[in-house]
Design a protein around this ligand. Sequence first.
Ligand SMILES: [Zn+2]
Length: 455
Amino acid sequence: MLKEKRFLLVAATGLFVIFTLFSAQLFSTIAFTRRFTELVNDDNPNYYLMQQAFAQEGNTPPTLPFTPFSQQQEQEAVPGEEQQGQQLTLANQTGLANDTLQLRGIPEPGECEKVPGGIICDPEGKPRCRGDEIFDKTTGQCEKVVYTVHILAIRTADKDGKRPADINADQVRQWVDKANQIFAPAYIQFKLDPIPDPWDPLPNTVINNFDASGAALEEANRVASQFPDKLVVFFRHGYVIVLEPDTGQDTGTSTTEDETTTTTTTPTTTQVRHDDWHTGNGYSDKGLKFVAMPGFEHTGTIIGLTHLGTSGIPDWNGVQNIWLLSHEIGHYLNLQHTFPGNNCEDIETRAKASGYIASHGGLPSALDGDGLSDTPPDPCKDLYINQLWDPCVGHDSVTITGVTSDGMSFSYDFAPDRHNRMSYFDCDPMGFTPMQIDKMREALRSKAQEGLSIR
Ligand SMILES: [Zn+2]
């Protein structure tokens, strides 16, 4: 008897809800005057009725984040006195004030999302958060879950203990601290495993000379695999290859990996390897289990142009590259450079950039290194330096003109994001775009499935 009576009540409620929902005036009034307050629960009979009502609008079945409540389940549920009372009141009303709707727990249109063929209401009375988000009651917003990555710092030396990497625990902490600042808006944080004192280097010549060759990649991955739950960061000595003229004079430095500043070459240079010189480069990539870093004081970057003297000789403001680790971790988390390629070499002058665009489709997207729509094409820091432009101040855009191979002239203004961590610019504050953040968080979830701890 109780069930039968309840069924009638529910049916009456249903008709009323269907009627009121399609009463345009009420619908729009509710939609535009009410804020989201409470969502119908999937164990609330009104949820099903709302669905039924909206379902008449289209043919495509809605995609629901959960299994809709069925009539069978509804009848089996034992309603409490309070719930019955609410339904009774509702069914007897001839007009519904907004507050009444709220009290009854009936979803207002703004609380539910209309999709083709139906309606999706949140089952728990709060905004639907994405899989990697949690609902924050204090802010009323969905917030990203913080992923905490544990860094194991390994300092290397050659097999015989010679040529140890030039780094100490405090310097590692400085790099990690900077990375934590830069990654905070991505809700990604790094926790450094305690570094022993004294910090004896791992004797491994291959990793100590890590240069992204196949053998070095394999060996570094092999060692890093022994710590599957950590992000292993190797600090190595490395070496430097210098292009030297046949006359024996140095023209500058050049190296084989990431973060390379290329220098001029002449037809009569030879590559000379200096094992006693420390590398200044970092390296990582999405498929790797580690990041390779240099000694702390052996890496530098230009962050400004102090002045151009009367001689026209630039006075660059070069500093230790505190930003390097965050850039390499970006690679580790599946990010590419914002400019095309592995270094700026191909586009380091206006002429080179023009030729590069001409031979890569003739469109501005030729300088789009990562294909992400929220990172602009990047003509690269080296182009700024080679024009004697301050990399961080002024010159918001660069115009590059040219002619494509089929004779089409072009003139494009490029405005690189000089605060993007995956550019070569090191202009604080550095950061990532939302698409880069999504990509990195996805990479972390993927790595977590392979054993990386992210909590
Ligand atoms: Zn890079």
